[in-house]
Structure formats: structure tokens, C-alpha cells
Design a protein around this ligand. Structure first.
Ligand code: B3K
Ligand code: ZN
Length: 870
């Protein structure tokens, strides 16, 4: 392995010994030689004689001067510029040169097709100039950009445009100034030729904000949903949190080459075009909802992230967990709260729980980091949002809002810690969060084992709970957590029972604060069925020995929609576990009659919201089912899931066919009721296809041919893919000829190739690398084809000949040098090898060892491989 990069530790944090209060940047844009002059106002903090140590990566240093005098007695070493003997205050001018067109890491200043753009979070600004590239150094930024006017008519940066002008040689310049001091990670620059969608928004206090959306030429008609989503976000943040936007202009630029979803740079968001562009022909309902959520997320960062930022990167969840919570609430207030909750929980169970169980386990506030980009994780984001949600559950909406208000009052304009956030919540509400804070420092998914006892003579019912957090790769010893347990008790008929003890009402959210704790209820006249962790009140695994009858009762009668869905998942999980046991014991697979009946009743239930029905019909992902086992037997799991899916399909196919036939024929619109019906229709189509009823091929093909929207088009293709219907090929080639000019739409086609259950899948995936619309240089293409294959195609990726693993490792070798961030995201299924059987473990490990021997292994991959092989 290459030299081990150093880890940084939260416990070693020290405040900066210098500050930069002001930086004036001057960019002369050129594809291969962009020159940057940075004028820094530097101030020593306290009295010391330590040198100023600036970060810089992949820079050509041209000149350094202090207070107007060029100097050369500096040291450039290990990606640092070290300057000694500085006066207590000075003007430090640094001239650097960078090569944007060769920057394939998509971090720092790079070219996305013909446009220049930047990505600086977390440590990309150091690829632009030498700087104190850390979030607790806040400066006022001014940015002048000069470039060819014909090729780059738009020159954008943060803040407000204060001046501009033309030069003689066909060049022009624009001067920007952002009045809000910010850390370097929020800096942005974009230069290019775009179509611009312009709008405006009047804030509650009457300020008129210009909204500008920049898209590739010809894409204007696909930008309207993003702008509408932005206006909804601005209104929602005013209504729910009393927060207004603070600059005169809000700009969003959509680019095709982007490592993640989007970036909240102050006043100038840069977005992956996937989260901007949508019209009926090219985007699914999921795409539309994703755009609304990500536009909201980046907008909400303006307060939770930009106005109040992180003291250090270990505190990332301070802004990300909180902002995910805010975007989840936004989507829930605008759409279906139950469906949003279900989808968020699916992410936890299929991505975050496995992360906690694997070699990259870390608390939402990590204690040690090698490559910060590796910590933009489901744990920091999604579990982080769950931690905020638990605070919300414990405090209630009005106390939570008071806590947020206090947080803004205390810390606006500062770089702070998770502890500061919790202190505001505690001080504003009076709720003691001392024990609760363990959620910030402890990794791992806790389990809560519940047993109960009913005394028919005294009418007393007792719930006994035991919490346990298993050791994780990063942390052996675990502390007790404060776990909110939201419950309901139902009588035999499914009616809710009042929760009381000794004549007093008991709140439905129980506080589990000890290892083992009993909760007692009286006046319970018959043995109740408990609905536990309603609304997923804590990110834990529940162990309670539900009977089939209890679960089917909860599926119908639980008053919380999430709990009804969760009961359907628990019913499936229970039979997956039982049947995998049967495979191990060489018995035949079986399901009780109540199982199929539960799903027949579900489909027949006309009272049920179609959106919830569609969710309850969807089979859990293989990745979340893997979480039910300590040792995953891939072959048994696939056999069992295939068997159970077929059983559900056979039980519901005829009623699904009836629902399908009776679907109202709406004029296509992006409205929540329509989205719900489309999702029910398409899940029905999938079961009809899996049950392989007569004429299903024609039915699916007909939906494809008649479709006037991408949701139904993909519904048909996906059903045909899963059921391996002959029409799959026909539809894929029709899709390809319509869309091969548009990589973003072709991503859906690449995903279907990666997910194919066909024996030929890997061969086809490899051949598709040569497809004219594919490019490994584009992260969206790469994730669509290779990510879908390796993360979701369990059968082929985990083939026992090791071919899936070897293929992924081949790709990672290439990406290690071109784009380590993308490589590091894709490696996840390989590093979680310990949960599989010995044969697969050996094959996966061999590929990791092979990768560990790459010359110049990037820190991103190094950190994950090193932890996996430890
Ligand atoms: N803050 C960015 C993510 C940056 C990722 C850096 N590797 C987007 C977001 O969470 O809003
Ligand atoms: Zn974010």
C-alpha cells in the first residue's frame, strides 16, 4: 500500500492562529492556464510567532508578496505554503495558476462540458489558491472574473454583481461582492453560455429577490419545475421557520459533470442537472419530487449551513443532518407525510444501517477522518436528520421552533458545533438533553428488544424494553442512549386504547433512558397489540415477537400510516427469516395462508390512500433484508425473496389487474393525487408481470406505447425487466433511439442494463461501457450503469465466480486516478464483505487487496480499503 495518509481527530481541534477577514480574487479564465490573484487581509490571532500555514493542492505558485513587497523566503511543502515572520496584520497577495481542463476530479475549478465551474466543499478551495481552507475562517469575498465574451457571456460568483466591463481583445469582466463573511467552501465561480430562466420572489418583509436559473442552451423548457420549487422553498422557510433570504439575487446553475446532487454556495448554487431539468417526456415523478427536495435542501442551507456554519468538518451533521430534516419536513408539508416518512426510513434501512454495521461505521459526528469527502454519508446526513427528528419528537413543534430561534439568535454569522445546537434546543425548551447527546458520539444501530405481559386480573399491561448497541468497527464500548419510543396499544378489534397509569394519562412517546426499563399501563381490559416505534420514532432495530395475526391487524388498524406500512415490512421480514432458516435446514419453502390473504386484503381495501397502498405493496430492497442477518446467505436470500415475491404476485395479480384496468385516465399532471395513482398503477403492473398472467407482454408493451410521461414509460420497462418479458428488448431499443442524444435521460436506460436479472447482464454491462452515450468521466453515467449493477444487482454482482467483484475493481482502478470521489462512493458494496459467506468474502477481499496495491492510491479509496482490511 502507498504511504498511509494521516487521519485528523476531532479531539485535536485548535482554533486558527491567523484569520483572513477579506479576500479579493481575480480570475483570468483559460482552459489550461487560469491565473488567479488572491489579495488576502491577514490578521494574527493572539500573540505568537508561529508561521502562517496555508493549504494548496495541484497549484502552480507564481508569486507571493506581503504589503506590496514580493517575497521568496516561504516554504512550499506537502500541499502547504508556509510563511514565517508575518506582521500582526498584513496584505498577502498570492498568484497561482491552475489547469481546469485537466481537472477530472470535479473539485476546485474545472470544466463541465464548455463551462467553467467550481466545487469547493469540503476542501476544494485549496485547488484554486493557497488559503486557510477550514470552515472556521470566515472572510468577505470579492471576485473579479475575466474571460472571452463570446464563449463565456455569463461570469458568475457569490453575492451581488457590483460592476462589469468590456476589454479590447474580445474579453469582458464582471466584479462580484458577497457582503456575508463565509468560509472558503462556500465560494463559487461559473462561466459559460447558458439559457436563463428569470423570475422573482417577494419576501414577507417586502424585499424583491431576483431568481435566475442557468441551464444548457435549449433546456429552458425543462427548468420551470426547479424555479417553482425554489419559490415554494422560500415561502416555506418563511412560514415554518421565520427565515427570509438575504441577498438581492439567488442563482442556480445546472451542470452535467458534478460529483453529487448540488452545492449550496452562497447566492450561487451549482446543481447536477439531474436535480434541475424536468419535463413530462423526460422525467419521472420520482425525478420531480427529487428536484423539489434538493432545491429545497440547498435553499434551506442558506440559514442552516451558510449563515451559521460548522466550526470544523467533524461537525458536518450540524448543517447536513439539520438541513435534511428541514428538507424532509418541506416535502412532507407539501406532499404526503406518510410516503415521505416511509421513503426516508427505506434509505436508513438499506444504506445507513449497513454503513453502521460495516468497516466505515462512524457516529453522526465522526471522531476521526482521513478524507473528508468520505464522510458525506447516510450516517451524517440521514441518521443525522433522525437525530434532529428525535429532538423534535422530545421537545414538540413549538419548543423545537423556540430552539431554532435561539440557535439563530445566538450564532448567526458564526462557525459552531453540534454541542452549540443542542445547547440552544435544551435552553429554549428546558428539556434535559444530556443523555441524548450520546447519539452524536456513538456509532452503530441500537436494537430494542421488547417483551410484554398482560395481567387479566389486574388489567395491567407491561412493556419491558431492553436496549443494546452492538460494537462497531470504530467503537467497541457503547453507552446507553435516550430513545424516544412512540407507541399505541390496540384492542382485539383494532381500536386504540387510552394510555393511563394510576389515574393519570401516559404520553404516547415513552422515554427509554436505561438499559432495561418497564412501562406499565392500567385499565387495559384485554391483551393489547402494541404498535411500536410509530413514525419510526428512533433509528433502531426493533425485536418483538409479533404473530402473523398481530401484524395483519396492524396493517389494517394502526392509526399511524407509517406503522401500517412498517407492519407489512415486518410481516415480510418475518417470513424471509423463517424461510432462509428452512433453506439452511434443507426444508421446502412455505408461507401461511394469512400471508397471501393479508396482501389480497390490502389491495382490496378501498379506504386506503393509493400512495400508501403502493408503498405497502412494494417489496423491501435486498439490501435492507440483508440487515436481518449476521451472515448473509446470498443464494438462500435470493431464492426466498423470489419465492415470496411470486407468492404476493399470485395472490394479488387478479385484483391488481382490476385496479390497473379501472385506473382513471388523467391528463398528465405533477399533482400528488396523480403521482399516487401512477405509483399504484405501476406497482400493480409489476405484480401482473411477475405473475405472468396471459397477455402480460402485450399489456406492458401497450403501456409503453401509449405513455405520455416518463413515469409510465419507465414503469413498463422496469416491470418487463424484472419479469424478463420479451418486450423488454423492444422497449429498450425504442427508448435508445429516442434519447441517445441526451445522457441525462439515457441514465434511466443504463440503470435498467445494470439491474437486469438476465444471465447476460455483466456481459451487456461491459459492452455498454462503449455505448456512445456512456462516459466514465461523467459521474451520473457511471453511477447509473456501474452503481446500479454493483449496489443493487445482488444476483450478478455477487456471482460465485467473482466476475462482478473483479469488474467493479477494474473500474475503480481507472476512477482512482481520474475521479477518486466517485470511485470511493462506488466501492461500498465491496468493503461490506464481512457479512457474506466465506467464499464470497475471499473473492471480495482479493479485489480489495489488489486495489490496495495501486500506485498512488487516492486517500479516498485508501481510507475505505484500509478500514475494510483492518
Ligand atoms: N454540501 C453539499 C455536499 C458537498 C459534498 C462534498 N464532497 C451538498 C449538500 O449537502 O447540500
Ligand atoms: Zn446539504
Amino acid at each position: 500500500m502507498t504511504v498511509k495518509p494521516n487521519a485528523k481527530h476531532l479531539k485535536d481541534y485548535t482554533a486558527p492562529n491567523y484569520f483572513i477577514d477579506n479576500i479579493d480574487l481575480d480570475f483570468n479564465l483559460d482552459d489550461s492556464k487560469t491565473k488567479i490573484v488572491a489579495i488576502n487581509k491577514v490578521r494574527r490571532s493572539g500573540s505568537h510567532n508561529d508561521p502562517l500555514v496555508l493549504d494548496g493542492v495541484d497549484l502552480t505558485l507564481l508569486a507571493v508578496s506581503i504589503d506590496g513587497h514580493p517575497i521568496d523566503n516561504y516554504l512550499v511543502k506537502d500541499n502547504q505554503l508556509i510563511i514565517s515572520d508575518l506582521p500582526s496584520e498584513c496584505v498577502l497577495i498570492i498568484e497561482t495558476e491552475v489547469n481546469p481542463e485537466e481537472n477530472t476530479s470535479l473539485e476546485g475549478l474545472y470544466k463541465s462540458a464548455d463551462a467553467f465551474c467550481t466545487q469547493c466543499e469540503s476542501e476544494g478551495f485549496r485547488k484554486i489558491t493557497y488559503y486557510l481552507d477550514r470552515p472556521d475562517v470566515l472572510a468577505v469575498f470579492s471576485t473579479k472574473i475575466t474571460a472571452d465574451k463570446a464563449a463565456f457571456p455569463y461570469l458568475l460568483s457569490n453575492g451581488n454583481c457590483v460592476d462589469s466591463g468590456d476589454l479590447e481583445n474580445g474579453q469582458h469582466w464582471v466584479q462580484w461582492r458577497d457582503p456575508y463573511p463565509k468560509p472558503a467552501y462556500l465560494f463559487a465561480l461559473v462561466a459559460g453560455d447558458f439559457d436563463v430562466l428569470r423570475d422573482n420572489y417577494i419576501t414577507t418583509s417586502g424585499r424583491d429577490v431576483k431568481l435566475e436559473l442557468f441551464v444548457d442552451k435549449g433546456n429552458l423548457s425543462r427548468g420551470h419545475h426547479a424555479v417553482e420549487s425554489l419559490k415554494k422553498s422560500m415561502k416555506w422557510d418563511e412560514d415554518r421557520f421565520g427565515l427570509e433570504y438575504d441577498l438581492d439575487v439567488y442563482m442556480i446553475v445546472a451542470v452535467d459533470f458534478f460529483n453529487m446532487g448540488a452545492m449550496e454556495n452562497k447566492g450561487l448554487n451549482v446543481f447536477n442537472s439531474k436535480y434541475v431539468l424536468a419535463d413530462a417526456a423526460s422525467a419521472t415523478d420520482v425525478d420531480y419530487l427529487g428536484i423539489e427536495a434538493v432545491i429545497g435542501h440547498e435553499y434551506f442551507h442558506n440559514w442552516t449551513g451558510n449563515r451559521i456554519t460548522c466550526r470544523d468538518w467533524f461537525q458536518l451533521s450540524l448543517k447536513e443532518g439539520l438541513t435534511v430534516f428541514r428538507d424532509q419536513e418541506f416535502s412532507s408539508d407539501l406532499g404526503s407525510r406518510a410516503v415521505n416518512r416511509i421513503q426516508n426510513v427505506k434509505v436508513l434501512r438499506s444504506a445507513q444501517f449497513p454503513e453502521d454495521a460495516g468497516p466505515m461505521a462512524h457516529p453522526i459526528r465522526p471522531a476521526s477522518v482521513i478524507e473528508m469527502n468520505n464522510f458525506y454519508t447516510a450516517t451524517v446526513y440521514n441518521k443525522g436528520a433522525e437525530v434532529i427528528r428525535m429532538i423534535h419528537t422530545l421537545l414538540g413543534e413549538s419548543n423545537f421552533r423556540a430552539g431554532m430561534d435561539l440557535y439563530f439568535k445566538r450564532h448567526d454569522g458564526q462557525a459552531v458545533t453540534c454541542d452549540d445546537f443542542v445547547a440552544s434546543m435544551q435552553d429554549a425548551s428546558g428539556v434535559d438533553l444530556t443523555l441524548f447527546k450520546n447519539w452524536y458520539s456513538q456509532s452503530g444501530t441500537p436494537s430494542v428488544t421488547v417483551t410484554d405481559h398482560y395481567n387479566a386480573e389486574t388489567n395491567v399491561y407491561t412493556l419491558s424494553m431492553l436496549q443494546h448497541t452492538p460494537s462497531t468497527a470504530d467503537q467497541k464500548v457503547k453507552q446507553i442512549l435516550h430513545i424516544p419510543v412512540d407507541i399505541e396499544l390496540l384492542d382485539e378489534q383494532g381500536s386504540p386504547l387510552a394510555l393511563t397509569f394510576a389515574g393519570k394519562p401516559v404520553h404516547h412517546v415513552l422515554n427509554l433512558t436505561e438499559k432495561q426499563q418497564d412501562f406499565v399501563f392500567d385499565n387495559i381490559t384485554s391483551a393489547p397489540v402494541p404498535s411500536l416505534f410509530r413514525e419510526f420514532s428512533a433509528p433502531v432495530k426493533l425485536n418483538y415477537a409479533y404473530s402473523n395475526e398481530q401484524l395483519t391487524m396492524l396493517m389494517v388498524h394502526a392509526s399511524n400510516d407509517f406503522a401500517r406500512w412498517d407492519a407489512s415490512q415486518l410481516l415480510i421480514n418475518k417470513h424471509v427469516v423463517e424461510n432462509v432458516g428452512r433453506v439452511r435446514d434443507k426444508q421446502s419453502l412455505e408461507l401461511p395462508a394469512v400471508f397471501g390473504q393479508a396482501f389480497r386484503d390490502l389491495v382490496a381495501n378501498e379506504q386506503l390512500d393509493p400512495a400508501l397502498k403502493a408503498e405497502m405493496l412494494q417489496f423491501p430492497s435486498t439490501n435492507s433484508l440483508m440487515g436481518l442477518f449476521d451472515d448473509v446467505d446470498v443464494d438462500a436470500l435470493l431464492a426466498v425473496t423470489g419465492f415470496i415475491k411470486a407468492e404476493i404476485a399470485n395472490s394479488v395479480a387478479s385484483s391488481c389487474a382490476a385496479i390497473y384496468a379501472d385506473m382513471p385516465k388523467h391528463v398528465y399532471a405533477i399533482e400528488h393525487e396523480h403521482i399516487a395513482l401512477r405509483s399504484l398503477k405501476n406497482v400493480c403492473l409489476e405484480y401482473i408481470a411477475l405473475a405472468n398472467v396471459a397477455d402480460v407482454n402485450a399489456l406492458v408493451l401497450n403501456q409503453f406505447e401509449q405513455s405520455d410521461n416518463m413515469t409510465d414509460t419507465m414503469g413498463a420497462i422496469s416491470a418487463a425487466n424484472k419479469a424478463q418479458l420479451p418486450c423488454f428488448k423492444t422497449m429498450m431499443s425504442a427508448f435508445e433511439s429516442t434519447w441517445s442524444h441526451d445522457g441525462l435521460v439515457m441514465d434511466k436506460w443504463f440503470v435498467q442494463i445494470g439491474l437486469s436479472p438476465s444471465k447476460e447482464c455483466l456481459k451487456v454491462v461491459k459492452a455498454t461501457l462503449e455505448h456512445g452515450s456512456f462516459s466514465l468521466a461523467n459521474p451520473n453515467r457511471t453511477r447509473s450503469l456501474i452503481g446500479s449493477f454493483s449496489a443493487l444487482n445482488t444476483k450478478t454482482f455477487h456471482a460465485l465466480d467473482g466476475s462482478g467483484y473483479a469488474f467493479l475493481a477494474d473500474i475503480l482502478c481507472q476512477l482512482n486516478s481520474s475521479n477518486p470521489q466517485v470511485a470511493s462512493r462506488l466501492i461500498t458494496p465491496l468493503i461490506e464483505f464481512k457479512k457474506f459467506d466465506a467464499a464470497r468474502q475471499a473473492l471480495m477481499k482479493a479485489q480489495l487487496v489488489r486495489l490496495s496495491q495501486i500506485d498512488a492510491l487516492a486517500a479516498d479509496l485508501f481510507e475505505k480499503i484500509d478500514r475494510a482490511l483492518a
